[in-house]
Ligand binder design. Structure first.
Ligand SMILES: Nc1ncnc2c1ncn2[C@@H]1O[C@H](COP(=O)(O)OP(=O)(O)OP(=O)(O)O)[C@@H](O)[C@H]1O
Ligand code: SF4
Ligand SMILES: [Mg+2]
Length: 322
């Protein structure tokens, strides 16, 4: 049994201007100690999926269907009180998008970590402070800086503090939502290395959310490509990088700059779908260079191609020998 199994998850925002189908029938599994990257362009539903997994979907959003099974328990069925007591931060935690800018500027970083611990566990303040210092050390910050204020840290160090807070209750799964955006490339690499180290040392599972496919190769065991609220391709990192199958994944791959590669980078023309009224059939069809008649009317099922799951009608043809 996988550590986490997400089945047919739908998360919609019920706005005055219509229903935004931000996460629409998403399924995947995550094993203990495994890292999964969820990759897709802005507005594809990545953060919403993350919020769903820790049951923090902001209104007017809510989970409308599906299951989030953690160790055999469906989290969508648990009352909020049990999620708060047993699941959120303790089993699954999240480093929110842009969280490094959300640290309290007038509070010492150590105290912010201490507060996070004391909010969920009955330990003494002294014990919590001790743990805060250990956490800082684990994320590569000198524990003697426990009394510093956020402004005394660089962007990369603030991100480390936020990661330390997500680790405070020793969760099985950490969701990191765009943890490297707004950081320069060197610091980006350091943060990704830190996540990799934590994964190995703590046997922790990681869900890394990013719009940048080029970032994930080193860290991710598995990659899930998200387009317009749906996962269109899921496979091992190796398979996705060496042999992308879905036309959208191919487009993403072609838009990654390579050392010594050709100067002109490809970018997928067109705009992401409006999730209040997504295109019928395959949501990618208005932008897909391979679109066929069936793509405009019927949603493609998932085809399993040598362990890679891909939602595209092109593979129906291949299956039938075309
Ligand atoms: N609070 C909200 N109310 C209404 N619609 C929302 C809300 N939050 C997100 N959405 C919509 O849901 C869709 C998915 O948004 P989400 O933030 O999950 O995407 P994302 O992939 O994380 O994007 P980004 O890469 O920009 O962070 C978008 O169409 C967005 O406009
Ligand atoms: S199903 Fe059709 S439109 Fe969608 S990605 Fe495949 S070929 Fe393109
Ligand atoms: Mg987001």
């Amino acid at each position: 049994m996988p550590l986490l199994e997400v089945k047919g998850l739908k998360i919609y925002y019920f706005t005055l201007r219509g229903v935004v189908k931000a996460v629409d029938n998403v399924s995947f599994t995550l094993e203990k100690g495994e890292s999964l990257a969820i990759v897709g362009e802005s507005g594809s539903g990545k953060s919403t999926l993350g919020y769903g997994l820790i049951r923090l979907v902001p209104p007017p959003g809510r989970i409308v269907e599906g299951e989030i099974i953690l160790d055999g328990t469906d989290l969508t069925k648990l009352p909020e009180s049990r999620i708060r007591r047993e699941i959120r931060w303790k089993r699954i935690s999240m480093v929110f998008q842009g969280a490094l800018n959300a640290l309290n500027p007038v509070k010492r970083v150590g105290d912010q970590i201490v507060d996070a611990i004391l909010a969920h566990e009955s330990v003494t303040k002294k014990e919590a402070l001790q743990r805060a210092m250990e956490l800082l050390k684990a994320v590569g910050i000198d524990p003697r800086r426990v009394n510093n204020y956020p402004h005394e840290f660089s962007g990369g160090m603030k991100q480390r503090v936020v990661i330390a807070m997500a680790l405070a209750l020793n969760p099985d799964i950490v969701i990191a939502d765009e943890p490297t955006t707004a950081l320069d490339v060197v610091v980006q690499a350091q943060i990704l290395n830190l996540l990799k180290k934590l994964k190995q040392e703590r046997k922790m599972s990681i869900i890394l959310i990013t719009h940048d496919l080029s970032l994930v190769a080193e860290l991710a065991d598995k990659v899930a490509i998200m387009y317009g609220g749906k996962l269109v391709e899921i496979g091992s990192s190796d398979d996705i990088y060496t042999d992308p199958k879905h036309p959208y994944t191919k487009g993403l791959m072609a838009s990654i700059p390579r050392l010594g590669g050709k100067k002109e980078l490809y970018w997928i023309p067109g705009n992401p779908p409006d999730l209040r009224s997504p295109p019928p059939g395959c949501r990618f069809h208005p932008r897909c260079p391979y679109a066929m008649d069936i793509c405009r009317v019927k949603e493609p099922p998932y085809y399993n191609i040598k362990g890679v799951s891909v939602a595209c009608w092109l593979f129906e043809e291949k299956k039938s020998g075309g």
